[in-house]
Design a protein. Structure first.
Length: 168
């Protein structure tokens, strides 16, 4: 996907892509392609240590979190991914940052390089700005949780479907 953005982008502008750690794990091969083909992009990876976007969507709809945070997994041996080291092994330049000031400096520096740069930003898995997303998680039709009734009712009224069956 990053390659397509590079091909379509105006060469006089910087290509900056933003993704979370779980997306990086699914699509990191594009970094190697950009290095091989000489496309210079800046990739900012938000490392929250989990699948926090999905976790947030579930919590927003009052759905119980299901294996989104690492502490919820049945982990035998936790291996933390070093995104910067991984991207460097594919030929990208890398920076790790932990503040907005450091991110601004890293972006400024990355704009001066001759190849793809990955900037890994450590973020909080549980602190979010307000708002919702264009994609959603399913609200259960039958639930033992009373709080699940309202999101289901709103969704069903909009979609004209069956309302939640709340079991007491």
């Amino acid at each position: 996907m990053i390659m397509e953005c590079c091909e379509l982008a105006d060469p006089s502008h910087d290509v900056i892509a933003l993704c979370e750690d779980e997306s990086y794990l699914m699509m990191n091969f594009d970094i190697y392609s950009t290095v091989l083909t000489g496309h210079n992009i800046i990739l900012v990876v938000c490392d929250n240590g989990s699948f926090s976007v999905i976790n947030r969507l579930q919590k927003f709809k009052d759905v119980k979190s299901i294996n989104n945070q690492l502490e919820d997994f049945r982990i035998k041996d936790l291996v933390k991914v070093n995104f910067a080291a991984h991207a460097a092994s594919m030929g990208a330049l890398t920076r790790n940052v932990e503040s907005i000031v450091d991110l601004e400096a890293a972006l400024k520096s990355a704009k001066t390089t001759d190849r793809t740069t990955l900037i890994c930003v450590t973020t909080n898995a549980y602190v979010w700005s307000s708002g919702d997303a264009w994609w959603d998680v399913v609200v259960p039709k039958v639930s033992e949780r009373e709080k699940s009734a309202l999101p289901r009712l709103i969704i069903c009224r909009a979609a004209k479907c069956n309302v939640l069956a709340y079991k007491r």
